[in-house]
Design a protein around this ligand. Structure first.
Ligand code: PFF
Ligand code: NA
Length: 460
């Protein structure tokens, strides 16, 4: 109801600022940090890419995250309703809520295939624990991965398990579900990562990894690498998906949005860098290829685990960690849509979570089939640009490259240009200099940067 606006008391709040930070960090920290960051860094030459990526987090990611949290907390409803309310309060068109609509559709679609990849992580825990990587060769490990991808039955089982885990937590609501899981999993993830880095330090190639990650060689960075860094900064912080709006809607009024956003961004960045420090020493020690691409974790690392001392333990821990990270991100993808269904229909929390989860699970089956039975089905194959792209590829392309930047851009423009400055000042409660810095970034720097990425993704 609208009467809880301002306090949010009727819908409940995070029990502490830390709980919000952990939940938001749980969303941000995911496959993007542990699977994607190392391989895109490897593909884009290391240090210089990392430096640009850090800059993007600071000047684009953090300002947009602050804007999303502001919108959620100011609106105190599901993301779509929140944006409409904030627009109305500022005497602006309710159509601005299209930004949240696009973000929520993207979240729903992304979850459908994120769950499939989360399922791979779950299945690899079993393989690692049972010693299936032991003494493996590139061929045998490749067969293991290929076997998983070519089996619709196996993929379906793991997809179902992953989606079930996500629905289970979301159906329990704010306190019993999200918050509890995040407060346990996030610290566990940090500890596991530190262990992994500790192990990597014993490989004798730690220094090599450190200089690969932190010595900028701008000759190794292309213009497209700069744009990839910007796009990844977006994805890794879970921006443009209405998630920070949904989470922000439960945030207490006395909490500093800026300090919170900065904390989340720092945690996400630290995890990505730790993942790099855990993975690259192993890659170098085993003469593997840093620029191996998406297979880095699922193909090259198991090879390393299979041939190192304590590899069974280390490999199992690694995939447990990956599943934890994917799980909390999956939860955050389901939350905004469930919040919306719960508020808009007569369904209660559990019913909403099961309904949305079921629909998302069904959509995920198209991604599973894209990996095997429908591998040759290219629905947009008549356009040159989409030749050979499976349904899975298309879902990934349209969400990551079009919907997220569009949603983020609309959010930045709306908050920067159409929300009263006094209202922003009041809610952000920053001192003059910090406010001016954020305001300048969100009005000018962020939209221009996002438009560049957007245009590059569309036409580049
Ligand atoms: N930020 C997550 C990651 O880095 O893996 C991925 C993600 C989570 C993307 C949630 C989108 C999302 F809504
Ligand atoms: Na991330």
């Amino acid at each position: 109801s609208a009467s809880d606006n301002g306090t949010g008391a009727a819908r409940g709040l995070w029990s502490s600022r830390m709980a919000f930070i952990l939940a938001a960090a749980g969303s941000a920290v995911g496959l993007g940090n542990i699977w994607k960051f190392p391989y895109v860094t490897g593909e884009n030459g290391g240090g210089a890419f990392v430096l640009v990526y850090l800059l993007c987090i600071a000047i684009i990611g953090i300002p947009i995250m602050m804007s999303e949290v502001f919108l959620g907390r100011n609106g105190r409803h599901n993301p779509i309703t929140s944006m409409r309310l904030v627009a109305e309060r500022n005497l602006r068109s309710p159509l601005w809520r299209i930004s949240a609509v696009v973000g929520m559709i993207a979240a729903f679609v992304i979850l459908s295939f994120y769950s499939v990849i989360g399922g791979w992580s779950a299945s690899y825990i079993g393989h690692a624990a049972m010693g299936d990587f032991s003494g493996g060769t590139a061929e045998s490990i490749g067969e293991l991965f290929g076997g998983l991808l070519s089996s619709p039955g196996q993929l379906l089982i793991w997809h179902t398990i992953f989606m079930g885990l996500v629905v289970l937590v979301v159906s329990r609501g704010l306190k019993g579900g999200l918050e509890r899981v995040a407060t346990i999993l996030m610290p566990a993830l940090f500890i596991l990562l530190l262990l992994a880095v500790g192990y990597a330090a014993t490989t004798g190639h730690f220094g090599e990894a450190v200089s690969f990650l932190f010595t900028p060689d701008f000759g190794a960075l292309s213009i497209s690498g700069v744009l990839i860094a910007l796009g990844h900064a977006f994805f890794t912080l879970s921006l443009g998906m209405a998630i920070m709006m949904a989470y922000g809607s439960y945030l207490g009024r006395d909490v500093s949005i800026a300090r919170t956003a900065v904390s989340v961004a720092i945690m996400d960045t630290v995890v990505a860098l730790l993942a790099g420090l855990a993975i690259f020493p192993v890659v170098f020690a085993n003469g593997l290829e840093a620029g191996a691409g998406p297979g880095l974790i699922f193909q090259t690392l198991p090879l390393a685990f299979g041939n190192m001392p304590m590899g069974t333990l280390f490999g199992t821990l690694f995939f447990v960690l990956l599943l934890f990270a994917a799980w909390t991100s999956g939860i955050s993808l389901l939350e905004p849509v469930v919040e919306w269904v719960e508020e808009k229909t007569s369904l209660a929390r559990t019913g909403s979570a099961i309904l949305v989860g079921l629909l998302c699970w069904l959509l995920g089956i198209t991604s599973i089939l894209s990996l095997n039975l429908w591998a040759d089905v290219a629905p947009l194959g008549m356009f040159e640009r989409f030749e050979g792209k499976t349904i899975f590829d298309l879902l990934d392309f349209f969400t990551a490259n079009i919907m997220l930047p569009l949603s983020g851009l609309l959010t930045a423009i709306f908050v920067g240009w159409f929300v009263a400055k006094e209202s922003l000042k009041l809610d952000l409660a920053l001192d003059g200099g910090a406010f001016s810095l954020w305001y300048g970034l969100i009005r000018f720097v962020t939209p221009v940067a996002v438009i560049i990425v957007f245009a590059y993704n569309l036409f580049g």
